[in-house]
Design a protein around this ligand. Sequence first.
Ligand code: KG4
Ligand code: ZN
Length: 352
Amino acid sequence: MNILGIETSCDETAAAVVKDGREVLSNAVYTQIPLHQPYGGVVPEIASRAHVEKISEVVRTAMDGFGVDAVAVTYGPGLSPALTVGLNAAKGLAQALDVPLFAINHIEAHLHTPFLYDAGETPHNPPPDEAVPALGLAISGGHTNWFDIAGPGRYETIGQTLDDAAGEAFDKAAKLLGLGYPGGPKVDRVAKEYCAAHGFGNLVPFPKGRPREGVSALAGLSAELCVSFSGLKTALLRYVQQHPEATGDDLPRVVASYQEAIVQSVADRSRRALKRRAYKAFILGGGVSLNSRLRVVLGDVAKSAGVPLLMAKPKYCGDNGAMIAGLAYTRRNVQGDAAMGMDVAPSLEAGA
Ligand code: KG4
Ligand code: ZN
């Protein structure tokens, strides 16, 4: 079964055709990053206009030469005007092609990315139903959530950030340090170079993202499985104010220290979460899962817990249509008239 997946929740206009939930036949991604760069972040109005301009071309490119049996689209979470463009396009296409429409949750789709493989390739990970129960970590510009995935489609949030998402923490620090937007890839590169030359022994001891107990109780979750990055951001700001060289000669060390604080806090919560029950796998998804240091450290965490770390190929870590099409095949939950009448859900949570 070939499914066309459409994704427009943020700053990527993307479409892909995926066979039977895993084999990616085509994958077209138009990134708007250069349009948002002058503003240091995503501007919703600019994003939705660019989606309108590009959606037809991106869908045409993805469908070139492939018949589709269904259309899947992200309906949330994300920026409302951006989601609307994709949802409307998908409704129109499904009607014109006379095929079913599936409405898909973006966060859940990120957790499907490790199961994607390219046409003609041998899959590097087991199928989704053999990987459960799993611990899932969706870590992106909008989310940092740990899920207990009891079975296909059964997501329970067991931990999360209480303020900024990890990607936001990377992006805000990069802005403060003058590294530009988006910050994650830039921080990653600078930190990698610094640590390759100097190791990890001389880093600034930034706080490791532990929330105060009372605060996490509000979210109804155990503090042990939650992170908070606002204190880290304040610590960086204070450090920069007190050490002018932090944005000069000492910049690489400061950047590496900041990244390490995020990575170690995520690693610590993941280690604790993996002890909750006998998981078969640790599933990682989202733009921040591209971070080279995070991939290594979480690999060690999973190894110590005796479970495989299932990660996506780098090209499927950021937003894409393949993850939407892939998850639609597995879930097929919201479809038909229900999906046709669906509105966007900007604040949608996983497992909803
Ligand atoms: O999943 P994604 O493409 O969009 C959202 O759903 O948010 O994630 C984008 C986020 C941005 O915050 C970006 O800075 C971050 O992923 N990111 C990284 C890296 N590459 C992208 N963060 C850390 N290290 C990276 N290499
Ligand atoms: Zn995303």
